[in-house]
Design a protein around this ligand. Structure first.
Ligand code: NAP
Length: 233
């Protein structure tokens, strides 16, 4: 699949796009007309996920590849694997991450990774999952933090708007590239979250949301909305 650097047409790779969150993003970006490359450890699982997207979005521009092939095929690479497998997955595709690529960190270091609950997070030496990934990507690759507070369930229900603000953090130019993806999904609004270190706060919000989902019995997943933003709704 050729790379297309014009930002409106550039492919979006989703590693681990066979899971709930990645598949939800794949469905939504495909529905918005974007080229989507689903990655998996097993290419046949990615192909099956691509077929699922095609069934839901006829005519979608979507393919399934191994994680390495998917990372090579796109300039924006969303990492959609559980936190505990994030660093090893990135190390496995390092050779496909060239300068100028943007790696989107979406994982939340939930304490469930060590057998504790999903309503708490783990302390990460670098500060957050996003900063951990930034410490291991090759030079010239930008890490941007986004989409941690968006519910997979809501992403997968294509008939309904998702209704969530997406706090996007990282260096200015790559951050703006990722912010531009948010309005492709009805109900998502991008919020400039400043430097990557703010991912520490955004990742924590997801643990809070999971607890709220339990207390309020909202399995479809709550979202977040900021009020009073200039130009906001
Ligand atoms: N679910 C949500 O509502 C939600 C909301 C916000 C953020 N997130 C974040 O989004 C990410 C994905 O969430 P999810 O619910 O989609 O996760 P998931 O379904 O548990 O896993 C996603 C994919 O990760 C891959 N994977 C599993 N074990 C792996 C391993 N040992 N090494 C490498 N890859 C492995 C699998 O893909 P293959 O087997 O095909 O390789 C799997 O389909 C997580 O980091 C999560 O924190 C999720």
């Amino acid at each position: 699949m050729p790379n297309d650097n014009s930002s409106e047409n550039e492919a979006i790779a989703i590693l681990g796009g066979t899971g709930d969150q990645g598949l939800g993003l794949a469905l939504r970006f495909a529905k918005a007309g974007r080229r989507v490359v689903i990655g998996s450890r097993k290419p046949e699982r990615a192909e099956d996920a691509a077929k699922e997207v095609l069934a839901a979005v006829p005519g979608a521009d979507v393919v399934g590849l191994g994680n390495d092939g998917a990372a090579a095929a796109a300039e924006i690479v969303i990492l959609s694997v559980p936190f505990e497998h994030s660093a090893s997955t990135v190390k496995g595709i390092r050779d496909q991450l060239g300068p100028g690529k943007v790696l989107v960190s979406m994982a939340v270091p939930l304490a469930a990774a060590i057998g504790d609950g999903a309503v708490r997070t783990l302390g990460i030496w670098q500060g957050s999952c996003a900063e951990l990934l930034a410490s291991i990507v090759p030079e010239g690759v930008e890490v941007v933090s986004a989409f941690q507070n968006v519910s997979a369930h809501r992403l997968q229900h294509l008939d309904e708007d998702v209704e969530c603000d997406v706090i996007v953090s990282g260096a200015k130019a790559p951050r703006e590239r990722v912010m531009a993806l948010c309005p492709l999904i009805p109900g998502l609004r991008a919020v400039n979250g400043g430097p990557l270190a703010n991912a520490r706060i955004v990742e924590e919000i997801t643990a809070l949301l999971i607890g709220l989902n339990i207390r309020y019995k909202t399995p479809e997943g709550l979202g977040i909305r900021l009020t009073g933003l200039p130009g906001g709704e």
